[in-house]
Design a protein around this ligand. Structure first.
Ligand code: GDP
Ligand code: GDP
Ligand code: MG
Length: 366
């Protein structure tokens, strides 16, 4: 046999394996949808979509995802990178340098207190190392920013089954921040990592929200449990988690409505959703979605949610737009939980696990 023949045989074997894996996955998904539909019909909830005959589009692998997203990250954070570059390019290390460094950080949404602390930490290191050329500050600033974002925080998502029940992710946040979109992208990401995912459309306030989630379900090849418009969101969440339990899925992701009617109303609604879900399975992850372009204002609103439910992580969206990357430092400081996911566009694969060093290096790129 010559090399070409071997190659042809080899490719054929690979192709067959991929097809078998794909078909068995599809068959599994189709089975799940059918039995979930039976469960849900009893209670009047609706399960969509009928994915059995829809092609399942696999999401992009994580590595190429990060690489593709890097350019957008640096694009959005040029202002900070350029500002810092100007500071590092000065002739002498004098008070003006420290002032400019502080102002640059504040303008990048880092927050006033954090900016002061960061500058102080940089000053101490610069003194200890007898740095006199502002250019030598670059590495110091990089290290201090990495420390400020804290690479030691656990940023993994609790999305594994435990005992006999699925993990449950509750997605909360102000309307328009990107909850619906982030729920859909996350479903796609987890499904591509071979998780059995089920979505719950508990944002019953807006009819379009459930429709959008059904579309995301189709894109991810995962079933969606939805209720009628105006249905009690807690009951839809309950149906979704029940269907997830009965069908042995790995993770149920529940999208919620985020109208800040009154703070008490919001707290009541979210704590009721959580309480009702936990009749079936513990909520393992409460993700707060924050729109990075809203800066410090968005942070004030987001804090209301932190008071309403015990947060475990943050999804920071729209970092591809006019957002200033420094907001990540302010968000973590104010809310006391790590940023776990970043949204970098409107496309189905524009969601990435947050990675501190990559992020800081992009921040520092002019
Ligand atoms: P919700 O009201 O919180 O559920 O927000 P949606 O998920 O409906 O999103 C509101 C808008 O923000 C939509 O137009 C989304 O496409 C957009 N969006 C969400 N995430 C991102 C992101 O990471 N980048 C950009 N550029 N747009 C986003
Ligand atoms: P408005 O009178 O037009 O301002 O509307 P309301 O704020 O009174 O809302 C109309 C209905 O929707 C009321 O029954 C509210 O309880 C309900 N509602 C308001 N915000 C939310 C929300 O975020 N989620 C859910 N599920 N219901 C909401
Ligand atoms: Mg929504």
């Amino acid at each position: 046999m010559d090399v070409t023949t071997l190659l042809v045989i080899f490719s054929a074997v690979i192709a067959a394996t991929v097809v078998i894996a794909f078909v068995s996955r599809r068959a599994k998904a189709a089975d799940a949808v059918e039995s979930i539909q039976q469960v849900a019909e009893v209670s009047g909830a609706v399960v969509e979509p009928e994915i059995a005959n829809e092609p399942v589009v696999l999401a992009e692998p994580e590595l190429s995802r990060m690489q593709r997203l890097r350019s957008r990250l640096s694009g959005s954070n040029n202002a900070l990178g350029r500002g810092l570059f100007a500071v590092f390019s000065r002739d002498r290390l004098d008070d003006e340098v420290w002032q400019d460094l502080r102002d640059t950080l504040i303008m990048a949404d880092v927050g006033v207190e954090s900016a002061f602390e960061i500058v102080q930490a940089v000053q101490e290191i610069a003194r200890a190392r007898a740095i006199s050329d502002p250019a030598d500050l670059q590495g110091v600033v990089r290290g201090v920013l990495i420390d400020a974002i804290n690479p030691g925080l656990d940023r993994s998502l609790a999305v594994e089954r435990s005992g006999d029940v699925p993990a449950v992710v509750l997605v909360v946040g102000v309307n328009g921040t990107g909850k619906n979109t982030t729920t859909g992208k996350l479903a796609r990401l987890l499904a591509s990592e071979d998780h059995d995912v089920l979505l719950g459309a508990a944002d019953t306030f807006r009819a379009a929200a459930a429709e959008q989630l059904v579309t995301w379900g189709e894109r991810a090849g995962v079933p969606v449990v939805r209720g009628a418009e105006g249905a009690d969101p807690a009951s839809v969440a309950f149906e979704a988690v029940s269907a997830g339990v009965d069908n042995d899925v790995d993770v149920v992701i529940v999208d919620t409505a985020g109208r800040l009617h009154t703070k008490t109303g919001l707290m009541d609604e979210l704590s009721k959703i959580q309480r009702v879900i936990e009749k079936k399975a513990p909520v393992t992850e409460v993700l707060l979605v924050i729109d990075a372009t809203t800066g410090q204002n968005g942070l004030v609103q987001a804090k209301t949610f932190a008071d309403a439910v015990p947060l475990t992580g943050i999804a920071l969206t729209k970092l591809d737009g006019s957002a200033k990357g420094g907001i990540i430092i302010a968000v973590q400081r104010e809310l006391g939980v790590p940023v776990k996911l970043v949204g970098l566009g409107e496309g189905p694969d524009d969601l990435a696990p947050f990675e501190v060093v990559t992020f800081v290096d992009e921040l520092l790129t002019p």
